[in-house]
Design a protein around this ligand. Structure first.
Ligand code: PRP
Ligand code: ZN
Length: 239
């Protein structure tokens, strides 16, 4: 039987759309089952099976070999610290993990966090950061709606993901420090067999081509009376 690579992607959420667009841009077609209750889709022209899962579960499934590879936020990969290999940075779904405090909090630098209570869904990453900085602050782990914590008296500050910044702003918080810059990454099980490794390398080759094409601009210009030098200068201005 021919080997098939199992790729887990987020069923719904921030990474979902862009992950599927990437697969399509790689010239791989599949039936999109996200709207339905089906959680699997076999690609039609590439030995790939897509599994639509919750993003919190993807790292664990990849580490356990239930699936072979996954697309996930680097922030989640680092927080879960599962035994997976970072195969490729994908350059989309960029966000930052930041420490933020209420606008009226006098804290200016991370040193001012000493003794404060920080609410977060990222206790490991925040804990490591505070340890590195030798700051003795308390971590209060909560699983979501972190930004509300200071407003209801649960914490003095927070550490959470910021993308547009609107959640921080609407909860009266301001950024104090960026702990981590994150983007979508392709992760893999460390012990893939040869056949699966070969399929993965083909997939990565296609992803490289998509990324290269995205970073190149093609400009078609009809300018027969320009010299080479003038065209060059014109190009510089356009880019
Ligand atoms: C994430 C994150 C922030 C928000 C940041 O939450 O935890 O709350 O998005 O985005 P913004 O800077 O564009 O406002 P998400 O919506 O994923 O929900 P959750 O916290 O319940 O997981
Ligand atoms: Zn949130």
């Amino acid at each position: 039987m021919k080997e098939v690579l199992k790729l887990a992607i987020q069923k719904k959420g921030r990474l979902s759309e862009r992950s599927l667009t990437l697969i399509k841009d790689c010239g791989i077609s599949f039936i999109d089952h996200r709207g339905s209750s089906r959680l699997k889709s076999r690609c039609l022209d590439f030995p790939l099976e897509l599994l639509f899962l919750r993003d919190d579960d993807i790292c664990g499934y990849v580490a356990d070999g239930i699936v072979d590879v996954g697309i996930i936020g680097e922030n989640i990969m680092l927080e879960q610290a599962a035994e997976v290999v970072l195969r490729k940075r994908l350059g989309f779904s960029r966000c930052r993990l930041v420490i933020a405090v209420p606008k009226d909090n006098p804290a200016k630098t991370v040193a001012d966090l000493a003794g404060l209570n920080l609410a977060t869904s990222y206790p490991r990453v925040l804990g490591n950061f505070l340890k590195e900085q030798r700051i003795d602050a308390n971590i209060h782990e909560i699983s979501g709606s972190v930004e509300i914590a200071p407003g209801i008296g649960l914490a003095d500050g927070i550490c959470d993901i910021v993308s547009s910044g609107s959640t921080l702003a609407s909860n009266g918080l301001r950024e104090l420090h960026t702990v981590l810059d994150s983007e979508a990454v392709l992760i893999g099980n460390p012990k893939l067999n040869n056949a699966k490794t070969e399929i993965l390398e083909q997939l990565e080759f296609r992803i490289d081509s998509v990324q290269r094409a995205r970073s190149t601009k093609y400009i078609v210009l009809n300018a027969p009376n320009y010299t080479g030098k003038e065209l060059y200068r014109l190009g510089q201005n356009i880019v």
